[in-house]
Design a protein around this ligand. Sequence first.
Ligand code: GLC
Length: 470
Amino acid sequence: MKIAMMASEAAPFVKTGGLGDVAGSLPAALTRAGAECIVMVPKYSTIKSEYTDQMEHLTWRESYVGIFRLKSRRKKLQIYFIDNDYYFGARGTVYGDFDDGERFAYYSKAVMAALYYIDFKPEILHCHDWETAMGIVYCRALYGTWCPEVKTVFTIHNVEYQGWADPTFFDNTLGLPEEYRCKLNFDGAVNMMKGAIETADLVTTVSETYARELMYPYYAHGLDGILARNAWKLSGITNGINMELFGPDKSTGLAQKYTPKTRKAGKTANKLALQRAVGLDEDPDCALAVMVTRLASHKGIDLLCYIGERLMQRRVQLLVIGTGEEKYEWFLQYLQDRFRGRAAACLEFDPQKANLAYAGADIYLMPSKSEPCGLSQIIAMRFGTVPVVNATGGLKDTVWPYDPSSEQGRGFTFQSYNADDFLAAIDRSLQLFYDEPEKWARLSEADMSIDSSWKLPAQEYMELYKKAIG
Ligand code: GLC
């Protein structure tokens, strides 16, 4: 099966969040499942020279669109970069420019032209998030005769960003046939994600629960009606993680690598190193709860602020790693000052320290208000760090509630976005940690053994592609 994948970021070339991880590892998993896959990414100026040096330039046409291909011996997986100095070279950041709508519409159109130029006729065009939404639309509107058989799949990772633009954007920039005006029109403006949802053959998101939640206004940021109308083509496939990259026997930045067998010694060594590194009291026996997160409200930081003082009355250490909204940074700084040695805030994102935190912690906190999938709880479990989560979206689908009598389940959950419920779930985890250490050890080991690789999700995508092709 021939698949063209479009994404505005893909690790290791460019990554600002989970989408980068997914687009960086799903294509390889698809090729392992038998597909032939190409990935098309904008050629940002921030891509390191170790990659750009390995690119070959496929020249192209008078108004400059560069197509670069990363030299690779893997015939079935090729990575292409769309180059344009004005849109991607001279910016320095991936997102956040005044003309992002135009930048990514340009990229989407360029990808279609590039497919034609390199003569890759995909059976599936798979696009991720609003930045690639126009890929779906252009594919249908402008390349239908060249590639009439192609089926399109649109995946929603973040419904909050939809690619809104002024209504004049349709005429002045997009250059589409008139019949697409109503598909893109939403509340009198242009909404590119809506255009993709209306046009795609199938729409997916990154967990089953989130696919259901998207029918409700609370989660859908205005698109609930559109998604409910298109519910017949919407499904959820939970993300995997790159097990070669994330794991206590693989990741960099650890004081000591470990496996389920050497878990106890390994976690203790990492805990002591972590405590030293972030200024917490060195105490191997005290439960250590961590969060590695963007400090944004939908990540549930408000709940942590609300219970912060009370949490510190327990025998527990708290570490938060991340950057974001200033009010949260202030609060975490305050907590660190008030409970020196017991609370710590690392207000910068350092991937090595994040790995050490996954390895050295006992408990991983993820009280997100909504969470399409969430990767950090999956990574935490891989390190034997037991998650405490709000049972929403992908958190609900990956962290099954633990029952101490049957010893089934993977972590501690609470059922509504409520700070006291969050604290009660943390209390249940602490109770198991201190009062039933053997059960805790078994839970932590079981979490480490979960197969959260891309193998199963890749098969599910292959099934979905087959369904699209009919
Ligand atoms: C977005 C979502 C996150 C998901 C990731 C990858 O960042 O917020 O839940 O895990 O995309 O799909």
